[in-house]
Design a protein around this ligand. Structure first.
Ligand code: NAD
Ligand code: DAU
Length: 352
């Protein structure tokens, strides 16, 4: 078996679905705390799949994690669990420190105890894969080269600082204790099952609901977009073939300014689901107050994972964004499920 943490969230959920879509794949324990971002509806299609064992719990709960490791003896752990939204980290950084730093520390300690007691060859075959972000590298100027794995860590938000801290812990557990770790730092993901607090799903749903499409500042901030299925395939590749203790940057070479991303979504919606009044969705664009400490540009240099492991993304931004818009149009029930009271409270807090 493998153990996945945070597998009811956006990327973890996609990873679990993709993994189990392979009939040959081994079973998977999915440990998730089900915070506001965890959603069991994402995993509904697995309810009769005996290879999926969902456990409701915290990565920082050492008693629980010890029991899970001893009972199920996974050959690998993939740590997706985190608080992941930058704006929430600005309103309240405490959960970010607790899960991303203290939680990762506790998980590493539980795993170290388990791994130390493994016999060969299980011990040398074991892997701890930590899923991280390009945001740890900070912000790029307009002409700077894209982030490589040796770029200095310069996190600017409570979220990215907490992820940077977790990356450092993972690195230290490799160098000090020999724990067989792998780290991936990925750029912005988008795709199905994305919680609509993040730019792309927020814009799709606000557009359809006739609400403003909020653009922070001048909308010229650049993000490097990767379809979530491509991130999942990169993780499978790194888990299978990555060199111990190494980090791999994952990205799709898709730098886009936010305003252009939003305009593209509007154009696709104009085509797939025209407004009742036949006006363009673009009219709903509204410029709002900027995010404090807003990073101007991210760009990932993915040449290491491409060169050393032969990974390539399948989707371009144009194909991936169209699939994503179509997915939200086709899945109103999932959308209704997440647009609950707590989500509405967040929208008021952030945008009113
Ligand atoms: P998400 O917020 O959608 O999901 C996080 C999941 O973790 C949720 O299911 C939540 O319930 C769970 N969780 C939170 N705290 C937990 C805890 N203490 N114990 C167990 N489970 C807990 O996040 P996401 O966008 O899917 O991101 C997954 C990982 O990928 C994160 O580590 C994030 O930093 C990283 N990442 C995200 C992106 C992106 O664009 N979304 C890009 C690069 C890296
Ligand atoms: O780069 C990887 C990171 O991408 C991940 O580590 C994070 O977990 C993930 O949330 C994402 O962070 P961003 O802050 O880049 O994503 P978000 O969707 O929140 O914002 C994307 C850009 O759009 C960013 O420049 C802020 C802007 N934005 C966002 C929202 C929610 C707006 O202009 N308006 C909005 O309403």
């Amino acid at each position: 078996m493998i153990l996945v943490t945070g597998g009811a969230g956006f990327i973890g959920g996609n990873f679990v679905l993709d993994w189990l879509a392979n009939p040959q794949a081994e079973g998977l324990i999915n440990l998730d705390k089900l915070t506001y971002a965890g959603n069991l509806d994402t995993l509904k299609s697995l309810k009769d799949d005996p290879r999926h064992l969902f456990i409701h719990g915290d990565i920082g709960d050492r008693v629980l994690v010890k029991r899970l490791l001893e009972e199920h003896r996974p050959r690998a752990i993939i740590n997706f669990a985190a608080e992941s939204h930058v704006d929430r980290s600005i309103h309240g950084p405490s959960d970010f420190v607790q899960t991303n730093i203290v939680g990762t520390f506790n998980l590493l300690e539980s795993v170290r105890e388990y791994w130390n007691a493994l016999a060969e060859p299980s011990k040398s075959q074991f892997r701890f894969h930590h899923v991280s972000t390009d945001e740890v590298y900070g912000s790029l100027g307009p002409h700077d080269p894209a982030f490589t794995e040796t770029h200095t860590y310069e996190p600017n938000s409570p979220y990215s600082a907490s992820k940077a801290a977790s990356d450092h812990l993972v690195r230290a557990w490799f160098h000090t204790y020999g724990l067989p770790v792998l780290t991936t730092n990925c750029s912005n993901n988008y795709g199905p099952y994305h919680f609509p607090e993040k730019l792309i799903p927020l814009v799709i749903l606000n557009a359809l609901n006739g609400k403003p499409l909020p653009i922070y500042g001048d909308g010229q901030q650049i993000r490097d977009w990767l379809f979530v299925g491509d991130h999942c395939s990169a993780i499978r590749e790194v888990l299978a073939k990555g060199k111990l203790g190494e980090t791999y940057n994952i990205g799709g070479w898709n730098e886009k300014a936010n305003l252009d991303v939003v305009k593209t979504i509007c154009q696709i919606l104009d085509e797939l689901k025209p407004r009742a009044d036949n006006k363009a969705y673009i009219e709903q664009i509204t410029f709002v107050k900027d995010r404090p400490g807003h990073d101007r540009r991210y760009a990932i240099d993915a040449s290491k994972v491409e060169r050393e492991l032969g990974w390539r993304p399948n989707e371009t931004f144009e194909t991936g964004i169209r699939k994503t818009v179509q997915w939200y149009l086709d899945n109103p029930i999932w959308v209704e499920g997440v647009a609950s009271g707590s989500y509405r409270d967040w929208l008021h807090k952030q945008y009113d």
